[in-house]
Write a protein that binds this ligand. Structure first.
Ligand code: PRP
Ligand code: MN
Ligand code: MG
Length: 193
């Protein structure tokens, strides 16, 4: 068993388990992308998606463009404010293109919902969502995909505060190669962001 870092209660998915599942999701996505007439635009959501994005696109053997957006909720602690905004926009023109949004986690659904609306407004032909983790217990927004867009997910996540593999608490833990549950005392104590 691997060493558990300070502040981590337990490991949910090890580095090896993540790699195996990411390979499966990448195969599924690649098979769908190969049926499309043109290269798609894969849009990673900074910052949390950076590791999943990198691992995923390296395993999708289809031509694609990669871009990043930043969507911020201006919340703090463990709760998002529920009013996300796109604070750093795409470089690539997505009008008439098939787009795949890549996320580390879909929690309330506010972030992907905001981004789907943003991409639809820019004229994307379809918008799919590929998320490493899906936490349906926390969903408050029933987002709709665009066109023939599909929903892909790595794992269903229990309703715990998870960190690692891109996911943070107060910007820390993103670099953990595994996903773990944060010790409650870490976020229960007062933090000054
Ligand atoms: C996290 C996560 C998702 C979003 C999911 O991002 O990376 O983008 O929250 O939550 P939601 O479904 O309730 O909107 P965060 O806003 O913390 O920014 P980060 O990626 O920079 O950590
Ligand atoms: Mn994020
Ligand atoms: Mg965060």
């Amino acid at each position: 068993s691997e060493a558990v870092d300070a502040g981590i209660d337990r490991v949910l998915w090890t580095e090896a388990e993540i790699a195996a599942r990411v390979a499966e999701v990448a195969s599924e996505l690649a098979a769908d992308l190969r049926r499309l007439p043109e290269p798609v635009v894969v849009v990673g959501v900074a910052t949390g998606a950076f590791l999943f994005l990198a691992d995923l696109v390296r395993r999708v053997g289809a031509p694609l463009a990669v871009d990043l957006v930043r969507v911020e909720s201006y919340g703090d602690g463990t709760e998002s404010s529920g009013r996300p905004q796109v604070t750093a926009d795409l470089k690539v023109d997505v009008a008439g293109k098939h787009v795949v949004v890549v996320e580390d986690i879909v929690d309330t659904g506010n972030t992907v919902s905001c981004l789907i609306a943003h991409l639809q407004k820019k004229g994307a032909s379809s918008v799919s969502v590929c998320t490493f983790l899906d936490k349906p217990a926390r969903r408050t927004v029933n987002f709709q995909l665009v066109g023939d867009g599909k929903f892909y997910r790595g794992f269903e996540c229990p309703d715990s505060f998870v960190v690692g593999y891109g996911m943070d608490f107060a910007e820390l833990y993103r670099n953990l190669p595994y996903v773990g549950v944060l010790k409650p005392e870490m976020y229960n104590k007062k933090t000054s962001n």
